[in-house]
Write a protein that binds this ligand. Sequence first.
Ligand SMILES: Cc1ncc(COP(=O)(O)O)c(C=O)c1O
Length: 377
Amino acid sequence: MAAELSVMIPMNIPYLDLKAVTALHGEEIQAAVAEVVGSGWYLQGRALQQFEQHYAEYIGTKYCIGVANGLDALTLTLRAYKEMGKLQEGDEVLVPANTFIATVLSITENQLKPVFVDVEEDTLDLNLAALERAITSKTKVLMLVHLYGRCTYNERIQKLCEKHRLLLVEDNAQAHGCQYEDKKTGSLGQAACHSFYPGKNLGALGDGGAVTTDDEDLAQMIRSIANYGFAEKYVATYQGRNSRLDEVQAAVLNVKLRHLNEENQRRIDLARLYYNKIENETIRLPKLMDEGNNVYHIFPVFTKRRDALKQYLQDKGIGTLIHYPIPPHQQECYKEYNQQSLPITEKLAKEELSLPLNPTMTEEEAMWVVKALNDWK
Ligand SMILES: Cc1ncc(COP(=O)(O)O)c(C=O)c1O
């Protein structure tokens, strides 16, 4: 049971303590790393093969290709579609305006055109009317980003993709283990891109990423481009690059994948506590989703006085972050989009604050955060 508010003593609660996260399975991780170190085989070996097999099974796709990071997973997927003749320079890619910049970088890196679509304020899902309006004869891809761990897929999106023959590519960097009905995010479109950045729900001890897909041709093409463009050893069919998930990271991910469901459940339980106990009319929570449809990578709250709330919590020893203070279309590197008006995304960027929520947190700590929020005037 949650601790009673009246008996609580002050606590220091960091936003995320990665040392503590790793320590949850410290011995298993140490043993897995030691095995790789002792094996003398550090790239493209058994640990990667096992991880690719286990992660494909977990997500529910035929193929998984380990790559160096989440941005590469996204970039290589679009590049592979270009090499396969399914995309060409200048094609338009629909992308939620409220996303991490990597989603957009993968589009522009491939000389494709991002078309930003605003989101709904309560659900944070794409605004479907705006999405339909944005479709032109050049639209070829919908990038669906399950931001914060919330599944943002639905039947209308599926129908829209079918009607307009759009490739559906999921950015699943923040939603490992998230469900849509009896499927996992990462298996809902033609391809899905995953990041294993250390702070993610499934996080490595460094960079890592993967693409999951049922499309054998796409899987082969990504493998080839990620391996210098080789069709076979030293025969370069494409101008490729080097993007590998190394053996140490794969071994760590093999361990952590075994614990992902229990860690996600812990996140869900803590989130339920936040939803049940936070009562402050100046602080808004996003619409509650059915259990399983949200794996709470990030727990965002929204308030007009976001910076004041952040400072107040910091003074109480509670760490928070902002995801994200500047939306991609307002970044300096995207000057050509700076004048676009995407009002909900812009509002969210001003009002969002991410509360601490991770599998190492206790209920007492979560209740301490709740108390601080409820006392805030
Ligand atoms: C939504 C989203 N897409 C893409 C990425 C890029 O992943 P990486 O940091 O592994 O390159 C991240 C995470 O950092 C992300 O949160």
